[in-house]
Write a protein that binds this ligand. Structure first.
Ligand SMILES: Nc1ncnc2c1ncn2[C@@H]1O[C@H](COP(=O)(O)OP(=O)(O)OP(=O)(O)O)[C@@H](O)[C@H]1O
Ligand SMILES: [Mg+2]
Length: 218
């Protein structure tokens, strides 16, 4: 499977989700490639920290690609890996568009905030432009990241995401939890933290299990 974590909003949690997904898949025993298609290179920095923390045994392969080569190189690399996870920047870039042409599963984290959900029409427009020219199907999943412990903001955002034309809303919110930034600072997934944050782990497992089940990936 080729996954792209994207959207057109900065700071929604794309790199957090992409890096946790790569490590989740690698822990499942898969041979995984992480593609950093964001010029900010946060996923690449994450991998560098991981190399230090894990003494080189990071569990996946990482490359940096930009623009049209995201499409052409991923097409060449896909036979060599079980899964590929592409992390994109928070804008409608050539890199994100190139990634989508080769993607099977598009993951869209949304913070339950107005500025974030207001970007939904832009994502729908991007998809309406990509899909007619895309040779293979694209599953599009939106979910809440940095959700509040409770409250109307989560419900309002969930309702809006549930009413979109091209996005499938997955009701597996990832809460706003310090464990995510603490783990990232060491190049780790929340699955690897000690002490473990049980809620963060169960949310990440829940989200990925639900999505993978829909595609019969095990
Ligand atoms: N569920 C969460 N709980 C707490 N903090 C989070 C969560 N998800 C992300 N963060 C934090 O929010 C910040 C932005 O996250 P991240 O870098 O993953 O977003 P991004 O969408 O990749 O940003 P960019 O658009 O700049 O690439 C980081 O400091 C990250 O640690
Ligand atoms: Mg990022």
């Amino acid at each position: 499977m080729i996954f792209t974590v994207g959207g057109v909003k900065g700071g929604s949690g794309k790199t957090t989700i992409a890096t946790n997904l790569v490590i989740y898949l690698s822990k499942m025993g898969s041979d995984v490639l992480l593609v950093d298609a964001d010029d900010q290179e946060t996923a690449t920095d994450f991998t560098a920290w991981r190399e230090e923390t894990k003494d080189g045994n990071i569990g996946y392969t990482a490359v940096k690609l930009t623009g049209e080569s995201v499409r052409s190189q991923v097409l060449k690399l896909q036979e060599k890996y079980d899964h590929i996870v592409i992390d994109t920047g928070g804008r409608d870039t050539n890199s994100q568009r190139a990634a989508l042409y080769v993607t099977d599963i598009y993951l869209l984290p949304f913070n339950p905030r107005s500025f974030d959900v207001w970007t939904v029409p832009k994502v729908e427009k991007l998809l309406s432009e990509i899909l007619p020219a895309k040779p293979s199907p694209l599953a599009v999943y939106a979910f809440l990241n940095r959700a509040d412990p409770r409250g109307a903001d989560n419900d309002d955002a969930a309702e809006l995401l549930g009413q979109t034309e091209r996005l499938t809303f997955i009701d597996c919110p990832i809460g706003g939890r310090k464990a995510f930034s603490h783990a990232a600072a060491k190049g780790l997934s929340v699955l690897e933290m000690n002490p473990i944050d049980e809620k963060a782990v169960s949310e990440i497992n829940g989200l990925f299990q639900n999505i993978l089940k829909l595609h019969e990936v095990s």
